[in-house]
Ligand binder design. Structure first.
Ligand code: AMP
Ligand code: GLY
Length: 419
């Protein structure tokens, strides 16, 4: 089995680690120094659709697994389909669930999924009416992809209007030319992950992310500073509800519109204090760092089997084998992140870090001759697995102490308060 994995972050290192453990031969584009210990890395960029299709063809891979949304929104899955190469990722049209927030809300509305009240605004003269329809101060979102920068939760009406005008005026380029106003929901957020073959869903283990840069959820938002799987706030009843009442209706609506969703699907929901669950977002991929915590919990051989069955439309009777251990991933970031990170600091890793129950997933690292150096905001994640959450957390943090570089930052409370 030969598989091309597209991407270069911690999520893709976790995907490669799992697929290599299954026994697959791997090619990665472009990969990173950690991925290089499982895969042959080829310098093709994640949004270079033609380059990726040519690589998949030249390497005669049996399957392509795209990690980031950029490749999918650029049409990678469509181009692979035209070349007859199986792909575990959605078409460009279906990836609009992540690529356009207005599209996502309209599909969810048509599918009668519990959602915040929303209005789509395309011109500044539509703003006043849309604002008047909102039950309170809304969340203001740019429609398109903008690397986590397109959502604001303003504290005053003036800030709402200013943010919306800013986006509509082009401050985020095309991504903000359409704006979505959404009722602001309160509660606890949860992320759930599925493999979808266009029609059937297989739930992956769930995870809890920690989005702020500092302890106790302080400081600016990041891509995610750590994750724990399973997520302590989810139980079987809530899981079932999200699957049957939120995700399946959306998947059915996409199929009805002849743009079936194939690949990993990430659903973000808000659980209100009353227990009511509403849809916050969909992403056309696995989460990062959630994947680092989730994938080690799949049984040996399961990720390969799941990706192949997803791409082939054969999930109807699929039973995923999951390990009941807890996994904790603690992200180590560079100075400056989530702003402009400092790069090029030499990294040393104590060889005692790597054991059967603990390892390092690389993200922003680069090999500079013999020296491993920092090369991005989120540098790496220490991942540890154990029978209890307490043990997994202690094991992960002992590993964090074995990674050294100037400007090293991490949260000390990942998976805390979850026991
Ligand atoms: P999104 O990119 O749409 O997921 O938004 C990013 C983050 O903003 C989410 O993870 C939430 O923390 C917050 N958020 C988004 N939409 C809402 C909403 N309607 N109500 C409250 N918080 C929200
Ligand atoms: N960790 C959140 C995300 O991947 O979007």
């Amino acid at each position: 089995m030969k598989i091309l994995v597209v991407g270069q972050g911690g999520r893709e290192h976790a995907i490669c680690r799992a697929l290599a453990n299954d026994g697959a031969t791997l090619v990665a584009a472009p990969g990173n120094p950690g991925i290089a210990s499982h895969a042959r890395c080829v310098a093709v960029k994640v949004d270079d659709v033609e380059g990726l299709v040519a690589l998949a063809r030249d390497e005669r891979v049996d399957l392509v697994v795209p990690g980031p949304e950029a490749a999918l929104v650029a049409g990678l899955a469509d181009a692979l389909q035209a070349a007859n190469i199986p792909c575990c990722g959605p078409s460009r049209a279906a990836a609009q669930l992540e690529g356009s927030k207005a599209f996502m809300r309209e599909i969810a509305y048509a599918a009668e999924v519990d959602s915040p009240i929303f209005r789509v605004v395309r011109r500044t003269d539509e703003l006043a009416t849309a604002m008047a329809d909102m039950p309170g101060l809304p969340v203001v979102k740019a429609d398109g992809l903008c690397a986590g920068k397109g959502v604001v939760l303003p504290d005053t009406r003036e800030d709402c209007v200013a943010a919306a005008r800013d986006y509509l005026g082009g401050s985020l380029g095309e991504a903000g030319r359409t704006v979505v106003l959404e009722e602001r929901l309160a509660g606890v957020e949860a992320s759930l992950f599925y493999a979808c073959d266009g029609e059937n869903l297989v739930a992956l283990p769930h995870a809890r992310d920690h989005k702020r840069i500092d302890d106790n959820d302080r400081g600016p938002n990041t891509g995610g500073m750590g994750a724990v799987s399973p997520n302590p706030v989810l139980d079987g009843r809530r899981e079932q509800h999200v699957r049957d009442e939120i995700v399946l209706p959306v998947v059915r609506e996409l199929k009805r519109r002849e743009t079936p969703y194939v690949g990993f699907l990430y659903a973000g929901v808000m659980i209100a204090p009353t227990g009511e669950i509403k849809l916050l977002e969909f992403n056309a991929r696995l989460g990062d760092p959630e994947a680092q915590a989730i994938l080690p919990r799949l049984g040996r051989g399961e990720l390969t089997r799941l990706c192949l069955a997803t791409a082939a439309g054969k999930l109807a009777d699929f039973k995923l084998v999951v390990d009941h251990r807890t996994t904790v991933a603690v992200v180590i970031s560079a100075e400056g992140y989530p702003g402009e990170p400092r790069k090029g600091d030499p990294i040393t890793v104590d060889p005692a870090l790597a054991t059967a129950d603990r390892w390092l997933d690389h993200a922003g690292t680069r090999q500079d001759g013999d020296v491993l150096v920092t090369n991005g905001g989120r540098v790496a994640a220490v991942v540890a697995s154990a029978t209890t959450l307490r043990e997994a957390r202690a094991r992960a943090y002992a590993g964090v102490d074995m990674v050294h570089f100037a400007g090293k930052h991490y949260r000390r409370d990942i998976a805390q308060g979850d026991t």
